[in-house]
Write a protein that binds this ligand. Structure first.
Ligand code: HEC
Length: 229
């Protein structure tokens, strides 16, 4: 017959097992807690770039409107430092750098008699307005290995002036880019667009496991907060 002590032992064992199982269950529950989405569906990975768009936008104005309103004379004045290495007149000689007559829409590294760097030769393509803008902003970042040891022109407006001047160096200057709207409008448009992008992103983040992100987005978009909660 079992005495009380034996019974207690058995009961204790049963209770211990039960507590053990419960403990495992609780731990597992904590570790593998299902992440219940605030909104059913899958999280869609949206690139982070649009979120930083509004902040970055004022820095990188679209080049085309700037060029359309650029001043070629100011541009010519700004090419003084270039003259250390370049000539600009028709038939001018190559110096440290190639002659730049009619460089707009000229294929890269195509001035005859000039010994271009391997980097410039292998880059290929054409000197469009945009490519000139990128190159002149920071030549060695745009084409690593270029032989043009010139720091670059920081100010976008000044680059636009310089490119507008380069454009005039031609018997038949290429047309300026067509800008659909006056530059004021296109500016505000692009800002609204960028904001719209931010909102869409906030909503997308409202999805599963996006709680932390959703809250982080709360700053830029009230929607995201609402969804996360
Ligand atoms: C220190 C000398 C130097 C200065 C200053 C300089 N460049 Fe250059 N530039 C070069 C050299 C060298 C090359 C050829 C680069 C290569 O082969 O990688 C070049 C190439 C170019 C090209 C490409 C031409 C082609 O035929 O593919 C353009 C456009 C250009 N320079 C514009 C300018 C402008 C505009 C300025 C002034 C804002 C300027 N450069 C200032 C040395 C210079």
């Amino acid at each position: 017959m079992l005495d009380t002590f034996e019974v207690n032992k058995v009961l204790g064992a049963v209770l211990g097992t039960f507590l053990g199982i419960q403990a495992v269950h609780l731990t597992a529950g904590a570790v593998f807690a299902p992440q219940i989405p605030a909104k059913p569906g899958f999280e869609i990975e949206v690139k982070e770039t649009p979120a930083s768009g509004p902040a970055a936008a004022p820095k990188e104005e679209p080049f085309e409107p700037l060029l359309a309103s650029a001043n070629a004379e100011r541009g010519q004045a700004a090419t003084k430092p270039c003259e250390a290495c370049h000539t600009f007149e028709k038939g001018g000689p190559n110096r440290v750098g190639p002659n730049l007559w009619a460089v707009v829409n000229r294929p890269r590294a195509s001035e005859s008699g000039f010994n271009y760097s391997a980097a410039m030769k292998s880059k290929g393509g054409t000197w469009t307005y945009d490519e000139l803008n990128k190159f002149l902003a920071n030549p060695r970042r745009d084409i690593p290995g270029t032989a043009m040891t010139f720091a670059g022109i920081d100010r976008e407006r000044q680059r636009a002036d310089v490119v507008a001047y380069l454009r005039t160096l031609s018997d038949n200057p290429p047309p300026l880019p067509q800008v659909a709207q006056p530059s004021e409008d296109s500016k505000s448009d692009s800002k609204t667009d960028a904001k719209g992008g931010g909102d869409a992103q906030g909503n997308a983040k409202g999805g599963p496991s996006g709680d932390a992100k959703g809250n982080a987005k709360g700053g830029t978009s009230g929607d995201a907060k609402g969804n996360a909660k």
